[in-house]
Design a protein around this ligand. Structure first.
Ligand code: NAD
Ligand code: UFG
Length: 340
């Protein structure tokens, strides 16, 4: 029997590329669409190498509704994992229209193409950032939603659109997955995170310090009400996150209902704990500079991960040690990231 085809938008990106490998391992046939806006074409070769298969790739923009529709029909797509979008919080504050246009506009074009071609299962990359400043911890899915920047608002608007689509069409089912902080890499070191320019996020920055590309880590704030004064986050291994998508797809097939769930480990680590774990994993020392708090940061954010465990039958298995080990293996094996 033919393997079910799953369209992966943004499939050459950090999380999408790992999800393609997980999908192929689970018996699906990933079909990738990416406009290369934040990815390199060489990622495709790595995905093909790891999956030992000639994964189909289409360089296209999800906002091109007609092209997307034709692709859904031609590839006989049965479900979609939707990763495509811009993700830099600071940039979203400076260029809100660009963010709404790509993130919300892209999702609308995708949903229209799906409706036209009878594709009625979608897994969406939402984010824990939809919660805003935590009122209570751990964050449960029913926590108030008060996003504080355009990127976060994009995610919430899209969640609302998906809910409306599910009301309008009883046969349409989606999973909105609220990721906490994805880090790490494929254990083979063939896939990993390759940010352009100066990394915004903690782990890629630490990894670039360890490999000698940057002199020291700037720690944003040491006066938070946390055990060591630095910010606490729920880091999740990208391989676990990828598996979470396979579990969500299986849920949509099995249960035929929509779901919104946190994907995290349920455990928070401070910046200094992450740095220590990375030093142990890499054998390198990470020089630190302490700076004032970064605007928009919260003191702590971590998930109540029990809903996903109960409903999806999924839980994160890999701890901080594995996350740092695999991030280091990736960074040391690919010091300049993917080739052009
Ligand atoms: P990424 O930038 O590595 O991947 C996104 C991919 O989408 C890129 O390959 C980019 O080229 C592609 N893309 C962007 N706009 C497109 C368009 N209009 N048409 C086709 N392709 C397009 O980002 P990532 O870290 O892999 O994140 C994937 C998704 O998960 C995003 O939606 C992001 O907002 C969400 N998310 C990420 C994090 C995180 O910390 N990485 C946390 C929560 C949610
Ligand atoms: N940090 C530093 N120095 C750095 C980078 C980060 O000290 O160079 C600190 C931050 O202040 C924070 C922690 O490390 O305390 C984590 O910061 P990240 O930028 O890695 O992650 P955030 O939690 O700020 O945000 C990330 C994504 C968002 C997403 C959010 C929740 O960048 O897009 O997780 O999913 F919305």
């Amino acid at each position: 029997m033919a393997k079910p085809a799953v369209l992966v938008t943004g499939g050459l990106g950090y999380i999408g590329s790992h999800a393609c490998v997980a999908l192929a391992e689970a018996g699906y046939r990933p079909v990738i669409v990416d406009n290369l806006g934040n990815a390199k074409a060489s990622v495709l070769e790595r995905i093909r190498e790891l999956t030992q298969s000639d994964i189909s790739f289409h360089r296209a923009d999800v906002r091109e509704r007609q092209a997307l529709g034709a692709l859904l029909a031609r590839e006989r797509v049965q479900a979609v994992l939707h990763f495509a979008g811009w993700k830099a919080v600071g940039e979203s504050v400076e260029k809100p229209v660009m963010y709404y246009e790509n993130n919300v506009g892209g999702t609308i074009a995708l949903l229209a193409a799906m409706a036209e071609h009878g594709v009625r299962r979608l897994v969406f990359s939402s984010s824990a950032t939809v919660y805003g400043e935590p009122e209570r911890l751990p964050l449960t899915e029913d926590h108030p939603l008060r996003p504080v920047n355009p990127y976060a608002k994009n995610k919430l608007v899209i969640e609302h659109i998906l809910a409306d689509c599910a009301v309008a069409d009883a046969g349409f089912h989606y999973a909105a997955l609220r990721y906490f902080n994805p880090i790490g890499a494929h254990p083979s070191a063939r896939l990993g995170e390759d940010p352009r320019g100066v990394p915004n996020n903690l782990l890629p920055y630490v990894a670039q310090v360890a490999v000698g590309r940057r002199p020291s880590l700037r720690v944003w704030g040491r006066d938070y009400a946390t055990p060591d004064g630095t910010g606490v986050r729920d880091y999740i291994h990208v391989m676990d996150l990828a598996q979470g998508h396979v579990a969500a797809l299986a849920y949509l097939e099995r249960r035929a209902r929509s779901i919104t769930a946190n994907l995290g480990t349920g455990r928070g680590y401070s910046v200094l704990e992450v740095v220590s774990a990375f030093e142990r994993a890499s054998g390198k020392s990470i020089p630190l500079e302490f700076h004032p708090r970064r605007a928009g940061d919260v003191a702590q954010s971590y998930a109540d991960a029990s809903f996903a465990a109960r409903e999806l039958g999924w839980r994160a298995r890999l701890g901080l040690e594995a996350m740092c080990r695999d991030a280091w293996r990736w960074q040391s094996g690919n010091p300049e990231g993917y080739p052009d």
